[in-house]
Write a protein that binds this ligand. Structure first.
Ligand SMILES: [Zn+2]
Length: 106
């Protein structure tokens, strides 16, 4: 009896998580590129396809959460850049204040 092993892998070309029942080569579901499975990182391995599907959905969920975090970073970056824009505006105000002082000194 041959035990079929299912693996959760990530396509190195398009980063799609997928379950494969193949043992030697993976044909990516999204980009159709063929990869040698031994060269891929195996995220989960089981004789039960259902377990692999579960692991796959967990990985996809984590990936989604990570994207959400990156999204927050993007927002905080925007806040920082708008703050620095305010600083520049203040600097401009200070510079014009100096100009006025210079005029008084003259
Ligand atoms: Zn792919």
């Amino acid at each position: 009896m041959i035990v079929k092993i299912f693996r959760v892998v990530k396509c190195p070309s398009c980063f799609l998580f997928q379950v494969t029942g193949a043992s030697k080569s993976l044909k990516c579901l999204r980009c159709n590129k063929t990869k040698v499975i031994s060269s891929l990182k195996i995220f989960y391995k089981s004789g039960l396809a259902k377990e692999c599907q579960l692991a796959l959905s967990e990985l996809k969920k984590k990936e989604f959460e990570n994207k959400e975090e990156n999204h927050d970073d993007f927002f905080s970056y925007n806040t920082k850049s708008s703050n620095s824009k305010n600083n520049i505006d203040k600097n401009v105000d200070l510079a014009s204040q100096d100009d006025i002082d210079d005029l008084f000194n003259l």
